[in-house]
Every structure is written in structure tokens, then in C-alpha cells.
Design a protein around this ligand. Structure first.
Ligand code: SAM
Length: 299
């Protein structure tokens, strides 16, 4: 059996009781180590907590070498640990499809994910549209497919959760060219970089999917002891010192409920200005007033 087990967001003890009991009985334990990190735990503390060896599984192992992970799962129990919830990243459906092809049984043990825990900032999960991912730009590569999705969400008044890039086991161009297996230190996108990249694309596209004044919420280290929320305009967040990773950004939609705003007051440096920005932003994508169809002319 292959067990996909969610670890929650921060501490080794965030695993569920059923998840922990399962890890303890598995022959092999892999930890997916490239889509997220446990902010208050590491490989050593997990091994101590589970009393088991933990094998770090990088992208290459999961995406190209999944046979290694699945090899034991045919006859023994294998645990594949994922920070957050296993379905909080799109990557892991693929592993399940390959397990099914090999007729390996799969069971998932869920946990909290950034996808639901963001509700802690006060914005209602029911008011979110498509989630988007933002990657680190380079001088020559600035993928902007997120822009159209934010536009679609905002057209119908919904908030957008923007997940930010994590780069682990990355090689510099020079090391890559020389075939040297030397990796750069891990990089986690900050709120400042995310807000600046969003503004850069708005400047290029200029279709007003959002503006520098669009109200946003910065989510930092959700579920950890130093969890922080900041409600401010996109422009303000481009100068915000967001601190240690992990971070996510929410671009507000027009349909902000009064209760959502009351909740966000606590996270704005200037609640009055934040509310003014929300009112100003509501002018974008405002539906045209309803005009009843003309009555057919009677004879
Ligand atoms: C690809 S997602 C993986 C989500 C994970 N499987 C889950 O269910 O929570 C990783 C991205 O989500 C966001 N994220 C994950 N955990 C977070 C946290 N605790 N606080 C803020 N953002 C978080 C970050 O932008 C991070 O780069």
C-alpha cells in the first residue's frame, strides 16, 4: 500500500493521529521536499518524532524516479509525506496514477493545507476563485499566465490566492553548462518580490486586471508561531518586509463582505486607507446596471 500522508503546516506534531500511526508501521518513509517546507521542523526532528528513517524525495525522484518510491509499495507499506495536504499541490496526482497503473493500492490521510488555512486572515474561502502560482522572474523569462487568471477571478468579483515560487536544488547556469552537480541555496519568494513582479506585469500588459492600489493581504508563515497577516495595497506590499518564509499573497476581489473587512482591520497599518482602497477598487469590473428589456410594442 502507498500512503499519502499530509503533515499540516508547521510542527512535526501537526500530523494527524492516524497519519502518525501509519508512518510508524510503514517499511519506508519518503518526505516530499520541494513543493513546501515544515516551518518548525526538519528531517532530523521528524525522524526523532516518528522513530523512523526519513528519505528526502526531491522533484527528480518523484517525477522521474517514482519507480524507486513505488518499488516497495507492491508488497509493503510505503509512506509518502507531503507538507500541508497531499492534494494542496497539483504534483501528486501523477504519482497516484502511476501507482494505479502498477495496481498498487493508495490511501490518503489528509491534513490542513495553505489552501484552506488562508481563511484565518478573515477572507471567506467561498469567495475565492482560481488559485495561481507565481514563479521567480529572470531577465529573459517572465511567465505571466497568472495575470489572465487574476483577471478572470476579478471580473466575477472573487479573491485570488497567489502561491509563491520555491526553488530547491537549483543549479546555476554556469554549473549546469559545465555539468557540475553543485546546487544553489534554496530560495523562497518573499511578498516584496511577488508584489513587485505583479506590478511589473501590470505595467507591461496594462489591462487593469489590478492596479498598484488594489487591496491585497500578505500571508506569512501560516500556522506557525510567527504567523503574520498584512492588509495593504499591492504597491505598499512591494516595500513590505515579510521576513522568513513561507509566504502567499491574496489579491482581493470586488465582492468583499463587510465582515471580511471588519476582520482585516486588525491587519492593516492604516485601516481607513485600506477601506478607501477597497471602495476605489470596487469600480473595476463593476457590472453594468440592469436595464430591463423593452416591452414589445402592442398594436
Ligand atoms: C505548491 S504549494 C504546496 C501546498 C501544500 N501541499 C499545502 O497543502 O499546503 C507551496 C506554496 O504554498 C504557499 N504556502 C504553503 N504553506 C504556507 C504557509 N504555511 N504560509 C504561507 N504560505 C504557504 C507558499 O507560497 C508555497 O510556496
Amino acid at each position: 500500500m502507498l500512503y499519502l500522508i499530509g503533515l499540516g503546516l508547521s510542527h512535526e506534531s501537526d500530523i494527524t493521529v492516524r497519519g502518525l500511526e501509519t508512518v510508524k508501521k510503514c517499511k519506508t518513509v519518503f518526505l516530499e521536499a520541494y513543493t513546501s517546507i515544515l516551518m518548525a521542523a526538519d528531517k532530523a526532528s521528524l525522524e526523532k518524532f516518528y522513530g523512523r528513517e526519513v528519505i528526502l524525495a526531491d522533484r527528480e525522484l518523484v517525477e522521474s524516479g517514482s519507480d524507486t518510491i513505488l518499488a516497495d509499495a507492491k508488497d509493503d507499506d510505503v509512506a509518502f509525506l507531503v507538507v500541508g495536504d497531499p492534494f494542496g499541490a497539483t504534483t501528486h496526482s501523477d504519482l497516484i496514477i502511476r501507482a494505479r497503473e502498477l495496481e498498487i493500492q493508495v490511501e490518503t490521510i489528509h491534513n490542513a493545507s495553505v489552501m484552506n488555512a488562508v481563511g484565518a486572515c478573515g477572507l471567506q474561502l467561498y469567495q475565492f476563485g482560481q488559485t495561481v502560482s507565481l514563479v521567480f522572474f529572470t531577465d529573459t523569462w517572465k511567465p505571466d499566465s497568472f495575470y489572465d487568471k487574476i483577471m478572470e477571478n476579478r471580473r466575477i468579483g472573487l479573491h485570488t490566492l497567489v502561491l509563491l515560487d520555491i526553488k530547491v536544488k537549483e543549479q546555476s547556469i554556469e554549473n549546469l553548462a559545465r555539468g557540475r552537480l553543485v546546487y544553489e541555496p534554496p530560495r523562497y519568494m518573499s511578498i516584496e518580490t511577488a508584489a513587485s513582479q505583479l506590478l511589473e506585469i501590470e505595467e507591461i500588459r496594462n489591462e487593469k486586471a489590478y492596479t498598484p492600489d488594489t487591496p491585497c493581504v500578505a500571508i506569512s508563515r501560516l500556522g506557525s508561531p510567527s504567523q503574520t497577516f498584512k492588509a495593504a495595497s499591492l504597491q505598499e506590499l512591494s516595500n513590505y518586509k515579510s521576513g522568513e518564509p513561507l509566504h502567499s499573497l491574496i489579491v482581493l476581489g470586488r465582492r468583499v463582505h463587510a465582515l471580511e473587512l471588519d476582520y482585516l482591520d486588525a491587519y492593516a497599518s492604516d485601516p481607513k486607507k485600506f477601506r478607501e482602497d477597497v471602495v476605489k477598487d470596487q469600480e473595476y469590473f463593476k457590472p453594468a446596471p440592469y436595464v430591463p428589456p423593452e416591452e414589445p410594442l402592442s398594436d
